[in-house]
Design a protein around this ligand. Structure first.
Ligand code: ADE
Ligand code: ZN
Length: 319
């Protein structure tokens, strides 16, 4: 089988990509020049989540105007269309922008304009997921949620990202409860090999009652939680190339084992501009490392559409 060809031809849903993580070097340089700001260029060499985040947030200073946020999202959506992504759910980190004086409406309007145009011109459907930064306070997250309420029609759900150490899910229980009451769907990062990883996954599933889990592959260590994922049909959005940077291990064995045990595993790219692989490259890397069959590759994409937050009439067209 020509693996690259097979992967290229599959219609795809991508459920775990951070828009700010799609800031490619050439766009970063262009935006920094356009805005007259001095921005450190990412140097790579990440060995864990903390060392990645230390380069990730400073680079965002290049993003200032509504047009910048449009350009960022448009660039991603063009690359997604070229990889036959038909639906993408796009994380964004408003607090990383509002915290340095960029208004929330500027961020969300730029991203939304790109999404509307991409549906018309590229045939890619996309939705936004607002991520709270878990290393900031719950109060800051709650006030960000309040800022998002006027844009509810543009934002399908909320997530939780940034540094998991000492920032467990229960810190945001009230924020997530309010988000649920306001009609948002819920997901959260349970990053790979973080301290307290299993307990955080347990809290996310049983107390926060998330609809999906981002990463979460440490769940293989807790058979009762694997059963719970399967019973509830909850999706895991796994990012093998990112795992390879953040932990030195793609976790291909764990991802394949979860897939083969019937968990709705999906594969996505996380921060492709930093980790060097979009969704197709992630699928190829995982297939090579875990020896997936063509049927298993197709199952990954079926899972992605099944656990996507598309309206049923759109989702069912892909199943
Ligand atoms: N923000 C962007 N990418 C992230 C990741 N992989 N984990 C936590 N926070 C993130
Ligand atoms: Zn992520």
């Amino acid at each position: 089988m020509d693996l690259e060809r097979f992967v290229a031809d599959m219609p795809k849903a991508e459920l775990h990509v951070h828009l700010e993580g799609t800031l490619e070097r050439d766009l970063l340089i262009r935006l920094a020049e356009r805005n007259g700001v001095d921005v450190p260029l990412p140097e790579g060499g990440f060995t864990d989540l903390t060392s990645f985040l230390a380069q990730y947030y400073p680079a965002m200073r290049a993003l200032v105007t509504e047009q910048d946020f449009f350009d960022l999202a448009w660039g991603y959506l063009e690359r997604a269309a070229a990889q036959r992504v038909r639906h993408a759910e796009l994380f964004f980190d408003p607090q990383a922008h509002t915290g340095r004086g960029v208004p929330f409406p500027t961020v969300v309007a730029g991203y939304r304009r790109a999404i509307v145009r991409a549906e018309r011109e590229l045939g890619v459907h996309a939705d936004l997921i607002l991520c709270f930064l878990r290393d900031l306070s719950a109060e800051h997250a709650m006030s960000t949620l309040m800022e998002a309420l006027p844009y509810r029609d543009w934002i399908v759900g909320v997530g939780l990202d940034s540094d998991e150490r000492d920032n467990p899910p229960q810190k945001f229980a009230a924020v997530f409860a309010r988000a649920r009451a306001e009609g948002f769907l819920l997901t959260m990062h349970c990053d790979i090999d973080q301290p307290g990883s299993i307990e955080n996954i347990r809290t996310a599933l049983t107390e926060i009652e998330v609809d999906r889990v981002d990463h979460g592959t440490n769940v293989v260590e807790a058979p009762d939680l694997v059963d719970l994922l399967r019973e509830r049909g909850i999706g895991l959005t796994c990012c093998p190339i990112s795992n390879g940077f953040v932990t030195d291990d793609m976790k291909a064995t764990e991802i394949a084992s979860l897939l083969r045990s019937g968990v709705r595993v999906t594969v996505a790219s996380d921060d492709p501009a930093y980790f060097g692989g979009y969704v197709a490259e992630n699928l190829v890397a995982l297939t090579r490392a875990a020896g997936l069959t063509p049927d298993e590759l197709v199952q990954l994409q079926r899972n992605a559409f099944a656990v996507s937050w598309l309206a049923p009439f759109r989702r069912d067209a892909f199943l």
